[in-house]
Design a protein around this ligand. Structure first.
Ligand code: PLP
Length: 431
């Protein structure tokens, strides 16, 4: 850890919360250099939906390299790219009646978001983008302009323009339909909000606090966008690839977004890989106009294809997610009610869940205690007040229960050892 502490930039963040040297990883576990095993409910912020070092994917990579398969190829035509596109279109797009062109961007999620915003502006000739409160879309300038979090915005060092924020579903309380407000703003020539090129949103806000847009809200947003000729971009970087129970998070809402951004778990193996899906009529790029050296991550093509072939051609994964979703919901609601407070909300869908602890200190203390007890998880939300769980979709029921046992033990310890009970009561009364 000497060099990491001495010369790695101050910008490092996750490693501050878990100050041990990690060495190995397998399935749902991270293992430190002393051999201590941690249940990993952070999963690379949702990049490891199929667990660490999934043996099926690992074998493909090893064989590929042994045969001198290409690793880097700019955007040249390669066999692994062709095969990925073949599986993706036949297994993911076609059965869902989705018709998209596939654009490989630079390997980060934020680069694919940048591509979506660029093409939306280029095609419509409009500059404004509507994003939503608590939305997170990455930290390069275009994406961070569409990100609500002031900590990330503050790092930009320049003005962040051409994005208008609107209230997400539930932002004004359960009784207010925020689409009504958006409609009013769009209809009123003097609202001060320019007609946007696009709206961009997550269907479940992963960094923003596990806020969930209802299917109904999403559908009426899409209807409104169609009415006004606004493009709709779904950022499925964190909650796509099965996290909410279906490959795309918007399938059950019956959406047909103009663009979809995928990254994090797309490669299935934790390899950097992003893409933008766009309706064919939007594909107005000139060759190389949105460029990038690493748009041909062939090992990621290979593992992504293998993951699709293996996990998305049977019902097994989806059935498992549904089952484990119920376990998560039941146990988290019990933990919240029994040890924290009945006022504390548990939110989630599929296998992304959060406990809104109301107090940032409390969520932080739970995260710290979990780490001591061998469970890694993160906090999220506008004040980091939500304890977030993103276990591997492939985790066994037993392992999930064991990880949740550690959470329960940690919550109990935190609530017993501190005066959070009193602080919480005061906070709830004030509300
Ligand atoms: C992680 C994330 C991004 C940014 O992806 P990077 O690879 O970190 O650039 C964008 N949108 C959402 C919803 C994310 O969770």
């Amino acid at each position: 850890m000497k060099q990491i502490n001495a010369i790695e930039s101050q910008v490092r963040s996750y490693c501050r919360a878990y100050p041990v040297m990690f060495d190995k990883a397998k399935g749902p576990f991270l293992i430190d250099k002393d051999g201590k095993k941690y249940y990993d409910f952070l999963c690379g912020a949702g990049s490891l939906n199929y667990g660490h070092n999934n043996p099926i994917l690992k074998k493909e990579i090893i064989d590929y390299l042994n045969e001198d398969g290409i690793t880097h190829s700019l955007d040249l035509a390669t066999k692994s790219k062709e095969e990925f596109l073949d599986s993706f279109s036949k297994i993911i797009l076609a059965p869902r009646n989705l018709n998209y062109k596939v654009q490989f961007t630079g390997p980060t999620g934020t680069n694919a978001v940048e591509a979506a915003l660029k093409i939306a502006r280029k095609v419509t000739g409009r500059t404004n983008i509507i994003s939503f409160t608590n939305g997170f879309h990455g930290v390069t300038l275009g994406s961070v302009a569409a990100t609500g979090n002031s900590h990330h915005r503050g790092g930009a060092g320049t003005s962040l323009n051409d994005v208008t924020f609107m209230p997400y579903d539930g932002y004004m309380g359960k009784k207010t339909n925020t689409i009504d407000y958006l409609r009013r703003v769009l209809e009123d020539n003097s609202s001060g909000v320019d007609l946007p090129a696009a709206v961009i949103l997550e269907t479940v806000q992963g960094e923003g606090g596990i806020n969930i847009a209802s299917d109904k809200w999403l559908k009426s947003l899409q209807d409104l966008c169609h009415e006004f000729g606004i493009l709709i971009i779904i950022d499925d970087i964190q909650v796509g690839c099965g996290r909410t129970g279906t490959f795309f998070s918007f399938e059950n809402a019956g959406l047909e977004p103009d663009m979809v951004v995928l990254s994090k778990s797309l490669s299935g193996f934790g390899l950097p890989f992003s893409l933008l899906l766009l309706k064919p009529n939007l594909d107005k790029w000139k060759p190389g106009e949105h460029n990038g050296t690493f748009r041909g991550n062939n090992m990621a093509f290979l593992t992504a294809k293998t993951a699709i072939d293996y996990f998305w051609t049977t019902q097994e994964l989806e059935a498992g997610i549904a089952l484990k979703s119920n376990i998560l919901k039941d146990r988290l609601e019990n933990i919240a009610k029994e040890y924290i407070s009945s006022e504390v909300e548990v939110r989630g869908k599929g296998m992304v869940y959060g406990i809104d602890c109301i107090l940032e200190d409390l969520a932080g203390a739970i995260k710290q205690k979990c780490f001591e007890n061998g469970l890694i998880l993160e906090t999220c939300g506008s004040d980091d007040q939500v304890v977030k769980l993103l276990p591997a979709l492939t985790i066994t029921e037993n392992e999930l229960q064991e990880g949740l046992d550690l959470l329960e033990k940690s919550v109990k310890q935190v609530m017993n050892q501190s005066d959070f009970q009193k602080k919480l009561e005061n906070e709830i009364v004030e509300k």
